[in-house]
Write a protein that binds this ligand. Sequence first.
Ligand SMILES: Cc1cc2nc3c(=O)[nH]c(=O)nc-3n(C[C@H](O)[C@H](O)[C@H](O)COP(=O)(O)O)c2cc1C
Length: 200
Amino acid sequence: MSFLEKMKTRYTVKKYNPQGHISEEKINELKEILNLSPSSINSQPWNFIFVNNNSKVKDQLAEASYWNKEKIVQSSHLIVFQSLKNSEDFEKQIEGVLPEGSVNYYKNFIKPKGEDGIRSWLKHQVYLSLGVFLSACADMGIDSTPMEGIEPERYDDILKNEKYETLFAVAIGERDEADTNQPKFNPKTRLKTGKVIVEA
Ligand SMILES: Cc1cc2nc3c(=O)[nH]c(=O)nc-3n(C[C@H](O)[C@H](O)[C@H](O)COP(=O)(O)O)c2cc1C
């Protein structure tokens, strides 16, 4: 199947088969793929927390996920996407690691935006990795649900990853065959390409 066909058939899963389990091998591949995500100046201001089904933490996070609770409980794994919280820790991470030109780009173009501007820029980088991750899942035939419908502060309290803050999470697993959100029951809707893709 071409990648285009895979993107047509991927969809946001609303109901998982609780017996579905993603193999260790595929999980390891996804970890490597996430670690290869591109980011501005190779900033990589992220942590990706993998929570598997045997972990009590997964149920605790499900409780902090509003209408997404059931999906998380019945999924195989939950991956929490986090961003570095403050500029000081980010600067420590890049100093002496990134090439001088990249550090200077940060100092001259991002740092003058102030703490809020910097945090916003850091978060944008993490969203890029979401795109990479969902595309990888599509390619590997893994079902997924991206979720902003969670309580990030409660996630932070549960995960205790001090320097990072939670932005969103993705459940992965195997769809329930009766999931009504599958494109065969609920065809995908998108704006017309002519409205979105513009030639200049
Ligand atoms: C950043 C982001 C956050 C989302 N949050 C949720 C969510 O909390 N719960 C949910 O069921 N779907 C969520 N979605 C799924 C979108 O509604 C879905 O991707 C969109 O309607 C397109 O449908 P498709 O993914 O099935 O093609 C989210 C998607 C993205 C990219």
